[in-house]
Design a protein around this ligand. Structure first.
Ligand code: AHM
Ligand code: MG
Length: 326
């Protein structure tokens, strides 16, 4: 079944549906295909490497980061289903120019996550979150985007790996589609993904261990004692996708140098937390190494806010939480 057929089938389950969400999602899929093609051809069309500029996060912008951001912004801007967008690559919100129709949704995205891996042919991804826009006149502002993760109407990611996969949820069931490059269509390949309740791998950047809070150090010592395998790609979508299918836990905790860790709440942590919960898993945040709380319940305070992230199989995340709640 193609993704288009699947979306139509889903839409028919809601007889009152206007089709706006399906149309928005269809635009998003077009952008994902454009980025997929660029990632696959990166070495051939000289768009590898850095632009020489730094982004709002103070990180070096890779040429493909810019290309992916452009692909999503330009494809989504004129579709008529969005009231605004927010991207990891852009400091403020992206409003819809007066010449285009406005819609009722907000799109938040990280166009190319894990971009430090681009030059060495390791999987990268796009992460996205869709919210309802508040009913009001005038252009959207940052506050409109600061909704807790529980308010998401859809979240997903695209993994540009050995094949390109799109995984998404609207909160009921997580479904995976694999791009068939011969026909240019995403095909349903992983229906109703359920994350194993317990996994045997953990993923964390051990290079940061000098800065870890004792709770993180104690938990990691425990999982090692248990013989848990370490797996860390350094590309969030790839690490998350592996754990979603095979079970396990991914951690990017806050530490003594970076109290809120590295990952951004609104377009990295929240969408993955929404997906993992819909697949039967769990996600928590533990600022300063204490007081674990559900990621989706965190009240956002900034568009590019960072948050500590511990996400994966329920048993593993609960075990980690027991260390962070000590
Ligand atoms: P990016 O959004 O700038 O690409 O950074 C996010 C990436 C994630 O994909 C990955 O999990 C993490 O950074 C890896 O960070 P580190 O190299 O510090 O382990
Ligand atoms: Mg990112």
């Amino acid at each position: 079944m193609t993704l288009t057929e699947f979306l139509s089938k889903e839409q028919r389950r809601f007889p009152k549906s206007t089709g706006n969400f399906t149309a928005l999602f269809t635009d998003l899929v077009v952008a994902a295909k454009i980025v997929s093609k660029a990632v696959n051809h990166a070495g051939l069309i000289s768009i590898l490497g850095a632009t020489g500029e730094t982004n709002v996060q103070g990180e070096e912008v890779q040429k493909l980061d810019e290309h992916a951001n452009e692909a999503f912004v330009t494809t989504m801007l004129c579709g008529g289903h969005l009231a605004g967008m927010a991207s990891e690559e852009i400091e403020g919100v992206i409003t819809i120019p007066a010449e285009y129709p406005k819609g009722g949704y907000l799109l938040l995205f990280d166009p190319l996550d894990g971009s430090s891996n681009i030059d060495v042919n390791i999987s990268v991804g796009t992460i996205f979150s869709i919210l309802k826009a508040p009913a009001k006149k005038g252009a959207v502002v940052i506050d409109d985007f600061l909704q807790p993760g529980t308010e998401q109407v859809c979240a997903g990611y695209v993994l540009y790996g050995s094949s390109t996969m799109l995984v998404y949820t609207t909160g009921h069931g997580v479904h995976g589609f694999t791009l068939d490059p011969t026909i240019g269509e995403f095909m349903l390949s992983h229906e109703d993904i359920r994350i194993p309740s317990k996994g045997t791998t953990y993923s964390i950047n051990e290079g940061n261990s000098r800065n870890w809070h004792s709770n993180t150090a104690d938990y990691i010592a425990k999982v090692k004692e248990d013989g848990t395998k370490a797996r860390y790609v350094g590309s969030l979508v790839a690490d998350f996708h592996r754990n979603l299918l095979k079970g396990g836990v991914f951690l990017y905790p806050g530490d003594k140098e970076n109290p809120n860790g590295k990952l951004r709440l609104l377009y990295e942590a929240n969408p993955l937390a929404f997906i993992v919960e819909a697949a039967g898993g769990a996600s928590i945040t533990a600022t300063n190494g204490h007081d674990a709380e559900r990621t989706l319940d965190v009240t956002p305070t900034g568009l590019h806010q960072r948050v500590s992230l511990i996400i994966g199989s329920t048993d593993n995340v609960e075990e980690a939480a027991s260390f962070y709640n000590k």
